[in-house]
Design a protein around this ligand. Sequence first.
Ligand code: NAD
Length: 508
Amino acid sequence: MNLTQVKQHDSTQWKAVATDARSHIETRLLIDGKFVDAIKGGRFVTSNPANGETLAEMSAGGVEDIDRAVAAARKAFYSGVWSRLAPRDRMDVLYRFADLVDENAEQLAVLETLDMGKPIADVINLDLPAVVATIRFMAECIDKIEGSVTNTDSSSMHMILREPLGVVGAISPWNYPLLMATWKIAPALAAGNTVVLKPAEQAPMSCLRLGELFLQAGGPPGVLNVVNGMGEIAGRALALHNDVAKLTFTGSTEVGKLILQYSGQSNMKRVALECGGKSPQIFMADLPDLDKAVAAAYNGIFANMGEVCSAGSRLLVERPIYNEFIERFIAEGEHAYKPGEPLDPATNMGPLVDRESQQRVLGMIETGKKEGATLHFGGTKPKGLDEGAYVNPTLFGDVNNSMTIARQEIFGPVASVIPFDGAEEAIHIANDTIYGLASGIWTRDINKAFALIKNIEAGVVWVNSYEDGDMTQPFGGYKQSGQARDKCMESVKSYTQCKSAWIRLAAE
Ligand code: NAD
């Protein structure tokens, strides 16, 4: 069933779809166009964070499985079956791929929700439409990738050609399993590369189906391989592989640093990193609409359970509006998100991805209390949902930027409000972090907005909005949030390399 049709499903229908999907979960690795077991037979369990039930025992790829996936991708690359396919033909495959994602929305959505607890409403209204849009956009870019002819003296002709890199290794996180994987594989494929994808072990199911749909769309075997497994084994082997030309990674800053090391220890492969964040939203006293601003504040941190790299986790509020901001946030934000069964389309907050995350987030909340922040609401597990890894939406006020909750990425539904005086102090606090992914500015003063835009160290700045954008927007960080840019034409180009061809012309 396609995206439009599944929007009509109620909770009973989704539960029936989930029961059906659970009876035939694909657990193997997708290598060279075929589903295969891990060579050494390794397996790991994936479970439903909403109730702790085991969903499947997935094949755990080892070093030898990464080797054969990379070999398949390399063979496919050098055969030219994809890299030398006429741009229009490659576009056609990707357009069919996008259509198939849409047509199979029901199954993809339910796998995503079962595996990582994301509300089904979010998957069908946000994640899957974004996956489809990403593949279509990247398909459109294919025949827009251009080289150039430079201005030389008349005895020479100089062309700059753009060529694919070869085998791209992609390592993705669990918070948007399909979307984050697609932000990697779609531009890499569009540019003519072949890919080995290693999804996160917390949410391994949906990307296998994605790989299968690529084959159904006419993608040649070996062009997109999906190898599940543990990060420290399969991920590490991919990042260390000498036949991988580029490793594109989305995940934590800690692992991002390892990926850089692996590159240096192996073949100096290119590395693209999209890592963590501790993004500030700055609310100036002259902001145009407090209702909209407060809604953006709680949506920016409670959506997707706060498991968002660009979550607006530090809310910087200018002192003259501080009390009113907190009051409104409590009045409107405390009940805006209600933890519940993620398969119910009325639910807007699911569990965290696993028990470990739940314990970590609750631990951070305890630290926030101990360090003197004011807990306005939340901070607990919701009643009646003990089977799942749930945490209630939480608001801390009177936060100081030196507190642990203001410095570390919590990756949960925990908002921290920090008061400040004047734009200069706002800039100082906003930049006083190792991260630099996203930021928001709320003001009606265009000059103030420009001053803040120029001075904030972040890859994305939203003004009087948050988490807005479309496929033309480069998405990525400054500082330890990484150096890659996903989405946008720049992303496709980053999966190409330039070749200079200097031709000496025969004398006339
Ligand atoms: P993570 O770093 O633990 O894992 C990410 C991926 O890396 C997984 O596939 C994992 O298996 C793999 N991995 C783990 N150890 C590895 C190793 N030693 N070698 C190779 N691969 C290894 O991150 P996570 O918990 O899955 O995701 C959450 C993090 O991702 C957060 O920090 C979040 O901010 C970040 N994130 C960033 C963006 C962005 O665009 N900047 C988007 C989404 C998530």
